[in-house]
Structures are given as structure tokens and as C-alpha cells.
Design a protein around this ligand. Structure first.
Ligand code: NAP
Ligand code: GCO
Length: 264
């Protein structure tokens, strides 16, 4: 059974993985035997990422690519196939958030979030699926969110994108399951990364940020998640152990979605 969770001989592309959740997922996949490929928008971040992977004992392949640029993504996939190998595992991790009250949000800002968080997973998945079919199968993991299920103030674009990403996940599973491609999602809860740093900044008087206190009261685990909490679930969904799991969103949230919240 333990071999079912191994990724030896597999090539994994994790988008936006110089740091944060993507870096943690890629590191876990490397420890399970996968060859790691990642991209970021800036060469400086790719270089920093390569150094960070090296420090973790991982020889990662890093490329500059904006995942919203379809031509650039197609060129990236061709370059990876030529230089590393066919992509067996795709993790659509790259993402942004803009926290703005909806009526104050410009259509441009709304479109930018949809572009990165929803259109890009479509573009990258579309680019890798043909070779997965030729190879006899593959794994696609879309990084969804609590906001694939719930809304909250100021995150309208992000919630719309992540809700759409949940359904894109189910649709890829439906359309390509016949080719032995499994497409699933991971829905992280509130994870301590640069993306959520503004929600955790201590107050001037040294007290916890109100949102920090709010999330702790809503989380049965009574803590923020760490990016490393996502490694095991990602390895499971990338491995043969999940070959009959398709179209599923695995929430890794410490129990938030199950819990009404601690009485104030
Ligand atoms: P993060 O720290 O902000 O990292 C996001 C990564 O995506 C960065 O490396 C960023 O590169 C890259 N990226 C952004 N736009 C890109 C583009 N157009 N092309 C290529 N790379 C791009 O975020 P995170 O917290 O690790 O989150 C990773 C994923 O998990 C996101 O999809 C996020 O929505 C999701 N998520 C996060 C949480 C959480 O609580 N942190 C919870 C649920 C879901 P640059 O630095 O160059 O912009
Ligand atoms: C926010 C947070 C969340 C997390 C994550 C929760 O502003 O509410 O950024 O959106 O990033 O998506 O699952």
C-alpha cells in the first residue's frame, strides 16, 4: 500500500511555487519521488525558488511564465516536455486575491482576479491534457478555497473565481476521466502564507488582528493552517492511491466547514 503514495518517475508542474502553498506542495511531492517543475512571473522569484528548493535538497526546474498568457503557457509546456519530460501531475496553484468591497471594485480588478484564479487553470490544464492522454493518464489538482463554498465581505472576485474553479475541476473530471485523468481540488482553509499576512498582522497595541481571532474561533483545530499541512493531501491526490477519486474537492481546513464557531 505504501507504494501507492509514491510519485517516483513522475513529472509534476506546480504553478506559482517559488514560495507559499505551491512550494510546500512541490516539496512534499519531491519527497514522494516526483521531479519538480515550477514557474513564477519574475526571474528573480524563480531564482529564489530554485535556491530554496536546493536548500531543501531538491533539484527543481524553474521557468518564468505568466499563467494568464496562453501563448506563454503553451511555450512553457513544450519547453518542459523537451527539457524535463511530459507533465504527469499539474497543480494549478498560482493565484491572487484583491480584498475590495464589491461596489468599490473596478471591473479591471475583478477581471484580473478571474484571469489568474480561474482562466489560468483552464489555460494550463488545456495545455497539458493532450500529452496526458497520449501518455495514458495524468493528475490535475486545482487549488480551490473556503471561498469555493462560502462568501465574505471584500472577496467577491476571489469567491467567484474559486467557485468557478470548483466547477471547472468537476468538469475536467467529467470530460477526461475516460482517459485515466483524475482532476480533483484541494480547498485549503486559512493558511499562514504571504497571501493572508494582512489578516494576521498584530494590532498596534500588540493584540491579535480581529480577523486572526475570528478565524481561530471558527476553526475547531484552533490554529491557522501551515502550508506544510497541504503536502500530504496533495501527494495523495497526485498518487495512484487516488486513481478512483475524481471531481472531488478535498477541504484541508482544520474543520472550519463543519463548525458553527466558538460561542463568543
Ligand atoms: P501567495 O503566497 O500569494 O503565492 C501565490 C503565488 O502565485 C506566488 O508565487 C505568485 O507569484 C504566483 N502568481 C500569482 N500570479 C501569477 C501569474 N499570473 N503567473 C504565475 N504565477 C503567479 O499565495 P498562497 O497563499 O501560497 O496561495 C497559493 C494558492 O492557494 C492560491 O491559488 C490561493 O488562492 C490558494 N489559497 C490560499 C489560502 C491561504 O489561506 N493562503 C487558502 C486557500 C487557497 P508572484 O509572487 O510573482 O506574484
Ligand atoms: C480571505 C483569505 C481567504 C484565504 C483562503 C481561504 O481574505 O478571506 O485570503 O480567501 O486566502 O482562500 O480558504
Amino acid at each position: 500500500m505504501s507504494n501507492s503514495f509514491r510519485l517516483d518517475g513522475k513529472v509534476a508542474l506546480v504553478t506559482g511555487a517559488s514560495y507559499g502553498i505551491g512550494f510546500a506542495i512541490a516539496t512534499a511531492m519531491a519527497e514522494a519521488g516526483a521531479t519538480i517543475v515550477f514557474n513564477d512571473i519574475k526571474q528573480e522569484l524563480v531564482d529564489k525558488g530554485i535556491a530554496a528548493y536546493k536548500e531543501a535538497g531538491i533539484t527543481a526546474h524553474g521557468y518564468v511564465c505568466d499563467v494568464t498568457d496562453e501563448d506563454a503557457v503553451n511555450a512553457l509546456v513544450a519547453k518542459i516536455e523537451a527539457e524535463v519530460g511530459v507533465i504527469d501531475i499539474l497543480v494549478n496553484n498560482a493565484g491572487i486575491i484583491k480584498r475590495i468591497p464589491m461596489v468599490e471594485m473596478s471591473a479591471k480588478d475583478f477581471r484580473q482576479v478571474i484571469d489568474v484564479d480561474l482562466n489560468a487553470p483552464f489555460i494550463v490544464s488545456k495545455a497539458v491534457i493532450p500529452s496526458m492522454i497520449k501518455k495514458g493518464g495524468g493528475k490535475i489538482i486545482n487549488i480551490c478555497s473556503m471561498m469555493s463554498e462560502l462568501g465574505r465581505e471584500t472577496v467577491s472576485a476571489y469567491a467567484a473565481a474559486k467557485g468557478g474553479l470548483k466547477m471547472l475541476t468537476k468538469n475536467i473530471a467529467s470530460e477526461y476521466g475516460q482517459y485515466n485523468i483524475q482532476c480533483n481540488g484541494i480547498g485549503p482553509g486559512y493558511i499562514a502564507t504571504p497571501q493572508t499576512a494582512p489578516l494576521r498582522e498584530p494590532q498596534p497595541d500588540g493584540s491579535k488582528h480581529p480577523f486572526d481571532q475570528f478565524i481561530l474561533a471558527k476553526t475547531p483545530a484552533n490554529r491557522w493552517g501551515e502550508a506544510s499541512d497541504l503536502g500530504g493531501p496533495a501527494v495523495f491526490l497526485a498518487s495512484p492511491a487516488s486513481d478512483f477519486v475524481n471531481g472531488h474537492i478535498l477541504y484541508v481546513d482544520g474543520g472550519i466547514l463543519a463548525y458553527i464557531g466558538k460561542q463568543p
